[in-house]
Design a protein around this ligand. Sequence first.
Ligand code: COA
Length: 182
Amino acid sequence: MYFKRYRMEISLAGRSLAPSRVPDGYRFERWNPALLDAFAEAKYQSFRGAIDVNVFPCLGELDGCRRLMLEIARKPGFLPETTWLLTCGRSSKLPEYCGTVQGIRDASGLGAIQNLGIAPEHRNGGLGTILLFHALQGFRHAGISRVYLEVTAQNEGALRLYRRVGFVTVKTVYKTVEHVYS
Ligand SMILES: CC(C)(COP(=O)(O)OP(=O)(O)OC[C@H]1O[C@@H](n2cnc3c(N)ncnc32)[C@H](O)[C@@H]1OP(=O)(O)O)[C@@H](O)C(=O)NCCC(=O)NCCS
């Protein structure tokens, strides 16, 4: 079994990266190693049951998300300024983890978005777009003007979001998997 995926790219040169206003009650927190478990939980909440669990099974387990987060944060090109946690809830209570995104600079100097995700009950309200803009601003801040990601072709919501923001498909790739989980 294999999944068709698209490599999509965006040029940040001359592009406005002003995101919409963050809806009331939501907060963005930048990467900080002390937030590892919070980032892992947000990643798990955002990806469990998603199509990409078939492509990357570790995304479907909390422990797998923690390992993945640690692995990304240890990469030589890891960019904390592209790596955000979205929370909501009153500050007097434990926050709810609503979404996350991470980014790295690859060996050739391009920016790479890793695992943009929003938890199901917070989707379709523009938060994925706002989170993506936060990451893109971080890449620009790091001096990177070209950013790419990979998305599974069946992931229509994600594709629609990426195209709307300005990503274009530059390549089709096929990822072989051993098991399909749903
Ligand atoms: C992809 C994801 C991050 C989007 O988050 P979000 O908060 O819903 O994003 P937004 O609200 O900004 O935009 C979602 C878009 O998808 C569209 N959409 C949602 N479900 C859709 C579907 N089944 N078919 C087509 N479009 C769909 C929405 O209409 C919206 O587009 P529009 O604003 O142009 O109308 C979220 O769905 C998610 O976390 N999915 C699971 C993890 C994942 O697959 N991540 C992407 C990895 S590449």
